[in-house]
Design a protein around this ligand. Sequence first.
Ligand SMILES: NC(=O)c1ccc[n+]([C@@H]2O[C@H](COP(=O)([O-])OP(=O)(O)OC[C@H]3O[C@@H](n4cnc5c(N)ncnc54)[C@H](O)[C@@H]3O)[C@@H](O)[C@H]2O)c1
Length: 468
Amino acid sequence: MMKKLSFIAAIFAVAIASVGCHCGRGGDGYTIEDGVIVFDTPARAAGQQSVLGLAVAPIETVRVGFVGLGMRGPGAVERFTHLDGVEIKALCDLLPERVEASQKILAARNFPEAASYSGEEGWKELCERDDIDLVYVCTPWQLHVPIAVYAMEHGKHVAVEVPAAMSLDECWALVDTAERTQRHCMMLENCVYDFFELTTLNMVQQGLLGEVLHAEGAYIHNLEPFWPYYQGNWRLDFNQSHRGDVYATHGLGPACQVLDIHRGDRMKYLVAVDTPSVNGKKIAAESMGAETFANGDQTTTLIKTENDRTILLQHNVYTPRPYDRKYQVVGTDGYANKYPVSGYAFRAAQVSKDLPDHEKLDEHSFLPEDAKRALMERYKHPILRDIEEKAREVGGHGGMDFIMDYRLVYCLHHGLPLDQDVYDAAEWSCIGELTAMSAAHNSAPVAVPDFTRGDWKKIDGYRHRMAE
Ligand SMILES: NC(=O)c1ccc[n+]([C@@H]2O[C@H](COP(=O)([O-])OP(=O)(O)OC[C@H]3O[C@@H](n4cnc5c(N)ncnc54)[C@H](O)[C@@H]3O)[C@@H](O)[C@H]2O)c1
């Protein structure tokens, strides 16, 4: 732990020293303030209103249209057939055969055939329909924002795969469009619904870990076997030309929820370091004939919050390593860790004597397995009490994808604010451009924009909204 803290301190010190000589000078669209690169915040346009806590009238039957039916989309179509109070009105993909394949999913589940759209701009016709409440987007990253903005402008709520946006301008486009149209824009960050994360969030909210000081997250997943299957090579194309942590949301989302980001705290600035691209460059040379590759094989980011807490993020989709999202939560009274071994650690005195093995508890190691299980059962999140069994049955990354869809539809049915708002989408997605900027400037600190434009303290703590 001490080793890790001194590493963190060293990175911050190097980063601050490295921009000392640039004070006062800025570039296009940013200034340098106290050694921190600060991107300009666009003024809120007349007629726009905050969507913090946005609730719309309950929607009894959620009518949905899906866009993007590649590796990810059809699973979402299938999961929706297990939800009550939904109608699947339309399916769209660039390729008509992929639409057909998803029609077969509907038929197999005894759902009526949906309207089919295909081609480059079929999604526009889908968004223009007047019998759809929700557009669910599983396309390549480059299309997320154009489709989401068009859908909101046509009165639809949108759910967009991760990352919702790929640049700061795109993040602001989502925020501004949601504020102008007063539509929901939820990023489909599924990892916040995984069983360990939800249970740990509940423990944090009940105070079991004390004050949370630090959290970690990552996307470490060797995509070597997957690169050839992204339609039109969109993902390798993007990484080839973009430096930074371009896929931060799976690691960052759960960390932000335990830290109440834009519900009492906010991410203030970050610093990033990256390694050379070796494997990424080799794959791109072989498959695309590329001579350069902007995305480092491993990118590491440190974030400091307004309340002085810290987040450590990692991104590596290139080297052979076991799948890892880290998810570590460091509190003054306890510790949670999901990968590579899931466990909790507390002071022995803190843990109730009716847990199994309480004599053996010791803050220098994880709770024994049976004590961990008993604790997780006791602190099971209310959402899991509702839906865990069905989620495990329906599946989707072990069930978390179904919980995500269930919660989205539940909140729409009950007219509640969604679990993830457009500010989450922007905050978790902006990391790509910010880390690229930091890495390109000797790990200079880069300010994280306040997408709420000053409202980040208005909500007191992160909570899922329940109908009761
Ligand atoms: N949350 C998760 O766990 C998770 C997992 C995998 C993928 N994803 C996300 O899902 C999205 C899709 O990823 P994927 O792995 O399915 O990629 P993919 O390439 O397999 O699928 C993308 C689909 O979009 C279609 N498409 C392309 N242009 C289109 C257009 N103009 N109109 C309509 N459809 C178009 C393609 O034909 C393809 O079928 C990405 O944003 C990715 O990050 C998320």
